[in-house]
Design a protein. Structure first.
Length: 351
């Protein structure tokens, strides 16, 4: 081990993503086809979520499907863990619209921005619906610092689902025959185009953060597609690295695939079950600063865990219908003598 590695300080950071399945206050109407939670149901849901947050015990948690920020804060309080930031922009009291993404963290928060509009020139026409130019659930763009002072960027996303997008009027009444299979596939096409457009717009945000910088980025959330799906790879651009190593500068890497710790890769790494098929929809991607063999390496991914036992306990809206994913990251903090931003840290050797 060279002098620079000896002088470095190691630190660990745990991050997680958690789809909470329509977290709303009691008697709050969130979808027209679903009854609001009763006070008893709400209490059961808050208690269950608190237990899961305590199990995760992560330093930074990305959450999805929050209708009411107050409910999120109560769930966190029920974990009996201390977090300095518990926010879900757009889900404040009296808000309307779609469920929002949220942030729970112990780390010092420098900036939190909810982004709804696509970056310039990223809108895409959707059949029969017109231009799709905004995220249905705004992306959260976060900047925090670790306890050792390292800047860390985080993007929290919940992309359009695969659920067919049928046409309806302003009151929510159907304008199409949902039993017609041809109409059904047309509706599925609309959803795919919308998700692809959101993926492309999210990619633009990733590039904007990473291009020509070496501050690490973590992307977390429910991408509503698998890690190797076209839409997910539109965001990550991992495959481009095989043809051009310079592409690492703006690529993202699936945390599960680049673990360096002594872990067993097993077939229980799934986060959602749909019609009997296990899928990985909830994901954690990291920038090259967490690749142990990168010359810009600041740390690595030690292990990734999936919390999904509750998916086999039957459907119950009190519990989430998604598993939770947690990654343990390791950060190497440069010695004061190497604080010069031109310094290039040597690669970490996997253990």
């Amino acid at each position: 081990m060279n002098d620079q590695n000896t002088a470095s300080q190691w630190a660990t950071l745990s991050v997680a993503t958690f789809n909470m399945l329509n977290l709303a206050l009691p008697e709050r109407s969130f979808y027209a086809n679903q009854t609001p939670y009763t006070s008893q149901e709400y209490r059961r849901k808050i208690d269950w979520l608190g237990l899961q947050l305590a199990r995760l015990n992560a330093d930074l948690i990305a959450v999805q499907e929050v209708w009411d920020e107050a409910a999120l804060q109560e769930a966190v309080a029920n974990s009996h863990l201390h977090y300095s930031t518990v926010q879900a922009p757009g889900a404040e009291q009296g808000s309307t619209g779609t469920p929002r993404n949220g942030l729970i963290t112990r780390l010092p928060l420098e900036n939190l921005e909810a982004i709804q509009e696509f970056p310039s020139e990223m809108s895409v026409p959707v059949p029969e619906l017109g231009e799709h130019s905004r995220f249905e659930r705004p992306i959260l763009k976060v900047r925090v610092r670790t306890r050792q002072g390292q800047v860390l960027h985080v993007l929290i996303a919940h992309l359009k689902s695969k659920r067919p997008k049928f046409l309806q009027d302003a009151s929510g009444n159907a304008l199409e025959d949902r039993d017609d299979p041809v109409i059904g596939v047309r509706a599925a096409l609309r959803s795919l185009v919308m998700r692809a457009a959101e993926a492309a717009a999210l990619r633009a945000l990733v590039v904007d953060i990473l291009k020509n910088t070496h501050e690490p980025l973590i992307l977390m959330g429910d991408l509503n597609d698998g890690p190797n799906a076209v839409t997910t790879q539109m965001v990550a651009a991992t495959a481009e690295v095989a043809f051009d190593r310079q592409a690492r500068d703006t690529a993202l890497f699936n945390a599960y695939d680049i673990q360096t710790g002594s872990v067993l890769l097993r077939d229980v790494a799934y986060s959602h079950v749909y019609q009997g098929f296990a899928e990985v929809l909830d994901q954690i991607f990291v920038s090259e600063e967490f690749m142990f063999d990168s010359r810009f390496c600041l740390g690595d991914v030690r292990r990734v865990d999936y919390f999904n036992d509750h998916l086999n306990e039957g459907r119950d809206r009190i519990r989430s219908d998604h598993g939770f994913v947690r990654a343990l990251l390791r950060l190497r903090m440069p010695a004061e003598s190497s604080a010069d931003p031109r310094h290039t840290p040597s690669p970490i050797q996997p253990i």
